[in-house]
Design a protein around this ligand. Structure first.
Ligand code: PMP
Length: 338
């Protein structure tokens, strides 16, 4: 589709792009799904639209209402643009460490951005989620999107992302590699592909190495949007209800440095400028592809654009300040199999 009657109709329908230069020596076909081509620049436009439409349909969001969410950025951008288009107010709560570019996008759509600087257990009154929840409870007409537990989040990917990948590979996809934040993307798209492929499609969760999804200690890292991080005082932190753990066959843990090196190489070898979680996903996909042959087709979901991280992963000063300047000995680069 090349013509839309509104910006909301242009959510989804992103292309698959085959990697040709960054995959030297690997045998399977490797395609990236270009989620930065959504109108808000990220995969979360899909979940934002589905959650908001569902809230309108069930009456929890009414004309004149306020959209509220706790987010690492992209869900806030998606909700802010949709709220702007439909005439809702939007109040977005985000961690103060999210990139300046993502903060600026949220406010550019006219949303109010409230930064919360606390790494505390989710049920602690100072957590990002508690702030958003309290604000929604105290504000008449407010609706909290609640992406972590909202079934419309994975449903958006079962309705769009999954079918797009199936159709655009003519049903030949054998592996889906995606990051896991709320789990909405991998659960919805992965479940759809497993059903469509009658169990033939393998689903791989690409995860920052310290994320507790893949068995890490839950300590904070530099990659925004992917993984699950728990405060050390929390004995167990509930996993999102949006995550269907049964759909993930395997997790591959990727260190921050490798993720950043990978996404910087992707820009320089393929001309594709993607974000840090895309580096996690692609690094994991390249590891998996090393075990595969010509009979396999790997689809790697790249959640957002490097344009949101020009001040961080693509900024030499930021890399130096955060200790990423000197390459780790033996760090694999794109095209080499770790
Ligand atoms: N990468 C980025 C940059 C994100 O913003 C998100 C969403 N938090 C993800 C990956 C993970 O997507 P999901 O929430 O659907 O698991």
């Amino acid at each position: 589709m090349a013509r839309f009657e509104s910006v909301l109709d242009s959510v989804g329908g992103t292309p698959l792009i085959r990697l040709t230069r960054a995959v030297a020596g690997l045998r399977p076909r490797i395609y990236v799904k270009a989620e930065w081509q959504n109108p808000g620049g990220g995969v979360k436009d899909r979940a934002a639209l589905w959650m908001l439409r569902q809230a309108e349909a069930d009456g929890s969001l009414r004309p004149g209402g306020t959209v509220v969410e706790a987010t690492s950025g992209n869900t806030g951008i998606g909700l802010a643009l949709i709220a702007a288009h439909l005439g809702y107010r939007a109040v977005i709560f985000a961690g103060s460490r999210i990139s300046a570019e993502k903060q600026a996008q949220i406010t550019a759509y006219g949303a109010e951005l409230r930064l919360v600087d606390a790494f505390v257990p989710r049920d602690h009154p100072d957590s990002l989620r508690s702030h958003a929840q309290r604000y929604a409870e105290q504000t008449p007409g407010a609706w909290l999107a609640g992406q972590y537990d909202n079934p419309a989040n994975p449903a958006s990917h079962a309705a769009t992302t999954g079918p797009e990948i199936w159709d655009d590979t003519d049903g030949t996809v054998t592996h889906l590699v995606a990051c896991v934040g709320t789990g909405g993307t991998i659960s919805g798209a992965g479940r759809y592909l497993k059903t469509a492929g009658a169990g033939r499609v393998r689903v791989i969760g690409a995860d920052p190495i310290t994320s507790s999804y893949s068995g890490g200690d839950g300590s904070l890292k530099y990659i925004e949007g992917a993984g699950h991080f728990v405060h050390p005082d929390t004995v167990h932190d509930l996993w999102p209800r949006a995550l269907d753990g049964g759909v993930i066959d395997e997790y591959v843990g990727i260190g921050d440095r490798l993720a950043i090196d990978t996404v910087r190489q992707l820009a320089r070898t393929e001309g594709i400028l993607a974000g840090g979680s895309s580096g996690v996903a692609l690094a994991a996909a390249l590891q998996v592809a090393g075990r595969l042959d010509e009979n396999h087709t790997v689809v790697v979901l790249l959640p957002d654009s490097g344009r949101s991280y020009l001040s961080t992963y693509f900024n030499d000063r930021w890399l130096a300040v955060n200790g990423f300047t000197d390459p780790e000995p033996g760090t694999p680069t794109v095209g080499e199999v770790a």
